[in-house]
Design a protein around this ligand. Structure first.
Ligand code: CP
Length: 322
């Protein structure tokens, strides 16, 4: 069984619960492994980098991309997964077991736990409960989604060859979208980045997040109308309004799809170099016509990079690579 927080490496057996744990050097280290992971994935033979390792995927909230890409990532590297979907109904939690005891139980059977949970800071709580195996945050409520931000940053890096001096538009549910919160943290590690945050006023960043982010070296400009979008953005990062975070359906209906990514919007505000990103799933905030635009990466490299980046991260955390 592993011992957490080995001094031997910045990744070996480390919990990854917030993007704030990563520095530009560590991000570049993960990125340096991605081409090798792509090659492994594209070869017919799987690697044995994670031979003998077992990863528990403990998902309290629905997921397609994060769940499947972690599952495929472990298998591509020769490891195995124990997959627990909806543990609230299908594990001993349904009989009253505590979250902490659940984590302690699954750590006894595994080398790593990947956790998705509806509560902010649940991954931190799990990391405190787990004594022997690391925890990777696969999305904690409205908190963070650090591995999504890693794949988003990689997608930007792959396209532009840099993570500084970028201008981006983030649109949709700025208040609740954890992928936005982690991506802002990520981009704030690099110099001279500017983000336009386009949302209904009700879905702007919380005042606590805004005051936290404005301490960092990133310029955030809140806008509430398409007409204030810059015409020189390197990327647009669209998101869905998160129905599950609203108290009533009526409140959700008032703000859903206020901002829709359409060919007309692209014509008016995008440049030839702008890429169009979305963490997915989408529920009407992107016109499907946009899928055919060669600048749309959300159904292409952004999805594939998810698996390669997670392969690199899991291999580093479990010591399959240095
Ligand atoms: N981007 C993302 O987190 O997608 P899933 O909810 O499908 O994992």
């Amino acid at each position: 069984m592993a011992v957490k927080k080995s001094p031997k490496s910045p990744f070996l057996n480390q919990d990854i619960v917030s993007f704030d744990q990563l520095s530009p050097t560590l991000i570049k280290k993960i990125f340096s492994k991605v081409p090798r992971m792509r090659t492994i994935s594209q070869n017919a033979k799987s690697s044995d980098m994670l031979k003998g390792k077992i990863v528990v995927l403990l998902f309290y909230e629905p997921s397609s991309r994060t769940f499947a890409s972690f599952s495929a990532a472990v298998k591509q590297l020769g490891g195995q997964t124990v997959e627990i979907i909806d543990p609230t109904n299908f594990s001993s939690i349904s009989k009253g077991e505590t979250f902490e005891d659940t984590i302690r139980t699954f750590e006894a059977y595994s080398d790593l736990i990947v956790l998705r949970h509806p509560e902010k800071r649940a991954a931190k709580k799990a990391a405190e409960a787990a004594k022997f195996v690391p925890i990777i945050n696969a999305g904690d409520g409205v908190g963070e989604h650090p591995t999504q931000a890693l794949l988003d940053l990689y997608t930007i890096y792959e396209k532009f060859g840099r993570l500084d001096n970028l201008t981006g538009v983030m649109a949709g549910d700025i208040l609740n979208d954890r992928t936005i919160h982690s991506l802002i943290r990520g981009l704030s590690l690099f110099k001279n980045n500017t983000l336009y945050l386009l949302s209904p006023k009700k879905l702007r960043l919380s005042s606590s997040d805004m005051s936290e982010f404005t301490k960092r070296k990133i310029e955030l400009i809140e806008i509430y109308d398409y007409k204030d979008m810059p015409k020189n953005a390197d990327f647009w990062y669209w998101t869905r309004v998160q129905k599950e975070r609203f108290k009533t359906k009526k409140e959700y209906e008032k703000v859903k799809n206020k901002f829709v990514l359409t060919p007309e919007l692209i014509q008016e505000y995008a440049s030839l170099k702008t890429i169009f990103m979305h963490p997915l799933r989408r529920v009407g905030e992107i016109d499907e016509e946009v899928d055919r635009d060669r600048r749309a990466v959300y159904l292409a490299s952004q999805i594939r990079n998810g698996m390669y980046v997670r392969m690199a991260l899991v291999a580093l955390v479990l010591g399959g690579i240095k």
